[in-house]
Ligand binder design. Structure first.
Ligand SMILES: [Zn+2]
Length: 457
């Protein structure tokens, strides 16, 4: 039999979430990323199915970074029989632990609430996985350095490279029998508030490139000014600003900007709450790994001092009921779960308040519905009329835009054999394919979800 590499596109193909790529070659099976599907119901239901591969046969998982849509399926994989190692950089593994524990808690709370309020079709509703499953997953973690070739066996090795998307985030160079596969992971911005500019690959035979914003160029960065305007007009009418935010990086960027605006006297002195059990822990990872970002340790502390961190559910309840103007940052970033729902339940129907969206909103999420101007939103089994102002600051994205993606690929010294366009909604991926042809004269290929391709070795 001729030697070849088989690639299974098990997620983030034709969609943004659920990143999972299984690579079979030379008697080994390696999975790059192991994320949860989020957003559209038909995608989320896939999280519940038995994986379309045999987890016990997978030798290793290589994580690019710790966002839920890249690592959130790990406890399920372990539960289904995976026994190998889960590789990641130190910050990635520390953040992944925080994210997975939180994800388990959200799944448990959702199941518990559904059972209590009786709006489940399954009785009793069960969580996708629980904290015990996360405990079983952590011993598989293996921390790896940047820029160092790591051996899986004599013909397979990989290397992590900094890509500036979130703390710990990387792209991965995977060499199999001398052929180099490059997985972009999620690529960060060239000029980010917190992260350094991404490194770029100089060589690749096969590229798997994300295309989240493959159809868009981010507007010039007026984030700070836009943020000040939204806050000032909301506080002026005695409303509350609710900011659904990913616990990793967007929350820290927001905290930093809010601190700057406060210091400069550009926003009024109202309480700022961070209501995310994860936010504080992720901040600790920031403080622990200063070499991974641009924020100096003393600045980290000053920023933290300006923000009130909410610790208990009782405190959340008290803040939700408090009518004074304030700013609340709470997870999850796409308003699919987490503490932010309690605030939305209270404030979505309040015309004085503002819901400010700052990150990518996947199709099928409440965040996306709000950004698209939906007038009614379903939450905890109730239909709410959206009366609050909905604001959206796009330039806060942690993802490279189409131009930055092309710059990144343009660093390759020779043409790759194949470029797979992944991690994008259909329109973004299709438009990126056209740009790739026009600007770099490369033929991109957009794989379908669950497609299996053979690459000759
Ligand atoms: Zn990400």
């Amino acid at each position: 039999m001729a030697k070849s590499i088989t690639v299974h596109f098990l997620g983030a193909a034709g969609t943004v979430t659920g990143s999972k790529f299984l690579i079979e070659a030379l008697g080994k099976q390696i999975m790059v990323d192991c994320g949860l599907f989020q957003g559209l119901k038909e995608l989320r239901l896939l999280n519940w199915e038995y994986p379309p591969i045999e987890p016990a046969n997978i030798d290793a998982v290589i994580l690019t970074h710790a966002h839920l849509d890249h690592c959130g399926y790990l406890p399920k994989l372990v539960k289904a029989g995976f026994r190998g190692r889960i590789h990641g950089t130190l910050p990635t593994l520390e953040v992944a632990e925080i994210i997975l524990r939180d994800s388990a808690r959200i799944h448990e709370e959702d199941a518990e609430r559904a059972n209590r309020r009786g709006y489940t079709k399954h009785s009793p509703a069960k969580p996708l996985y629980d904290e015990k499953d996360v405990e079983q997953t952590l011993p598989h973690f293996k921390a790896e350095p940047l820029d160092t070739w790591l051996t899986i066996d004599e013909n397979i090795r990989f290397r992590y490279r900094y890509n500036g998307h979130i703390i710990g985030a990387t792209f991965v160079e995977l060499e199999i029998g001398g052929k180099r596969l490059v997985f972009s992971g999620d690529i960060g911005r060239t000029h980010d508030l917190l992260m350094r500019a991404p490194s770029k690959p100089d060589e690749a035979d096969i590229v798997f490139i994300e295309s989240t914003y493959g159809n868009r160029e981010h507007p010039a960065d007026h984030t700070k000014q836009e943020l000040a305007e939204v806050i000032n007009r909301t506080i002026a009418r005695a409303g509350t600003v609710i900011i659904p935010s990913f616990a990793v990086e967007r929350t820290q960027s927001l905290m930093y900007l809010l601190w700057q605006l406060s210091e400069e006297g550009k926003i009024p002195n109202v309480p700022v709450y961070m209501d995310s059990p994860m936010g504080k822990n992720v901040l600790d990872v920031f403080i622990k790994y200063p070499e991974w970002h641009k924020l100096k340790p003393d600045l980290c502390e000053a920023v933290c001092a300006r923000i009130h961190r909410v610790k208990t559910v009782q405190e959340t309840k008290a803040i939700v009921e408090d009518y004074h103007p304030k700013i609340v940052i709470a997870g999850s970033g796409m308003a699919t779960g987490g503490r932010v729902l309690a605030y939305l339940e209270k404030h979505l129907e309040d015309e004085l308040s503002t819901v400010l969206m700052v990150g990518f909103q996947a199709a099928g999420t409440r965040g996306r519905s709000l950004v698209e101007g939906e007038k009614q939103i379903k939450l905890h089994g109730k239909l709410l009329n959206v009366k609050a102002e909905i604001a959206n600051i796009q330039s806060m994205s942690g993802h490279a835009d189409s131009k930055e993606l092309l710059d990144w690929l343009g660093a390759l010294k020779r043409k790759p054999e194949k470029v797979y366009i992944i991690h994008g909604e259909p329109d973004a991926a299709a438009q990126f394919k056209t740009k790739l042809k026009d600007e770099l004269h490369l033929d991109g290929y957009i794989p379908r979800l669950f497609e299996i391709v053979e690459i000759p070795l």
